[in-house]
Design a protein around this ligand. Structure first.
Ligand code: PSU
Ligand code: MN
Length: 309
């Protein structure tokens, strides 16, 4: 059996070969995370933010059954327009979508898998999946956490939405040996808000500091990812108490409708958006842009330090 290679665009291939900084980006956030056309505009703006900060962006997806790192603008537009018609692909779905020659929007877990295989170590997104509230009976724990435990990719996010049980998510990451770093903060952000009430493992203050933690971890043969939690800019952060109420409503409605499994997260994201009358969308876009900027800075330092070794 021959091993499948990840299909790369020319600029991504050139960057990886020469050890230049590259930042992976996910596609579930495009197809399932935001409505069209904001999702399309966001995806292009994020790529340009990565370039502005000295790295090459590689949006990851499965196109016609082929795992890809780097999409054309037309392909991004198609993922944005077809939105939820595109299959949401986590680890378990990769082989199915590949064998069926279909398109797949990759989550944090599957983006990490494809990024690692392509040779990309830094990945920017909005929020990671985690342990859902009520997981003690539903057992709904995102495959993102298992991926962080085993795949060598650093994920820059704005923490986890409080649709999740943040305390249990942190416990799970601790058990799996995944460092959780707060970027210029000691508190884990909760996506829409800069605060959550929970402490991170360690505060880091610069991209260079993050890069040296990554080199130290992987040079020790410690497998798995690192969570870098970067709070939403103050100007765009929403009210914590208000968001808690909105999320409680969304969770109640989901329970009532009997929504489960992979549909949970997209349902909750959509409902929160609806309940905040779109206010959350602007926050969502701004935090992703901010994560892309920090991820590019980390990728630059990571590449620099790699050359010194
Ligand atoms: N959280 C967000 N926005 C998102 C997601 C999570 O705030 O778009 C997406 C990501 O792609 C993440 C996935 O990897 O949802 C997790 O889904 P699940 O809980 O089904 O594993
Ligand atoms: Mn789930």
């Amino acid at each position: 059996m021959t091993n499948i290679k990840i299909q790369l665009t020319e600029d991504v291939q050139k960057a990886i070969r020469s050890g230049a900084p590259v930042v992976a980006l996910e596609s579930t956030i495009i197809s399932h995370g935001m409505p069209y056309p904001q999702n399309y505009e966001m995806a292009l703006a994020v790529e340009s933010e990565v370039r502005k900060n000295g790295a090459i962006p590689a949006t990851i997806a499965i196109v016609n059954g082929l795992p890809r790192a780097g999409l054309s603008e037309t392909e991004i537009e198609s993922f944005a327009k077809k939105a939820t018609q595109i299959t949401k692909v986590s680890r378990r779905d990769i082989p199915i979508v590949m064998a069926q020659n279909k398109d797949g929007a990759t989550t944090v877990a599957s983006t990490m898998i494809i990024a690692e295989r392509a040779g990309i170590s830094i990945f920017a997104t909005g929020g990671i999946g985690g342990v859902h509230r009520g997981a003690e009976t539903t057992m709904d724990i995102s495959a993102d956490l298992e991926e962080l435990a085993q795949t060598n990719v650093a994920v820059i996010s704005s923490g986890a939405k409080s649709i999740l049980d943040i305390a249990l998510t942190l416990e799970y990451l601790e058990t799996k040996g995944v460092p959780v770093l707060g970027y210029q903060t000691a508190e884990l952000p909760a996506f829409y808000t800069r605060e959550s009430g929970f402490k991170v493992d360690s505060r880091v203050d610069s991209a260079a500091e993050v890069a040296s933690i990554l080199h130290a971890k992987w040079s020790m043969g410690l497998k798995g990812g690192v969570v870098i939690a970067n709070p939403v800019p103050q100007k765009y952060s929403l009210d914590f108490k208000e968001m808690e109420l909105v999320i409680a409503n969304a969770l109640q409605e989901m329970k009532h409708l009997g929504i489960k499994g992979k549909d949970s997260t997209p349902y909750l994201l959509g409902k929160v958006k609806e309940l905040t009358a779109g206010k959350s969308l602007e926050t969502n876009i701004q935090l992703v842009l901010n994560n892309a900027r920090v991820a590019a800075q980390i990728a630059v330092k990571f590449a620099e330090q790699g050359r010194l070794k």
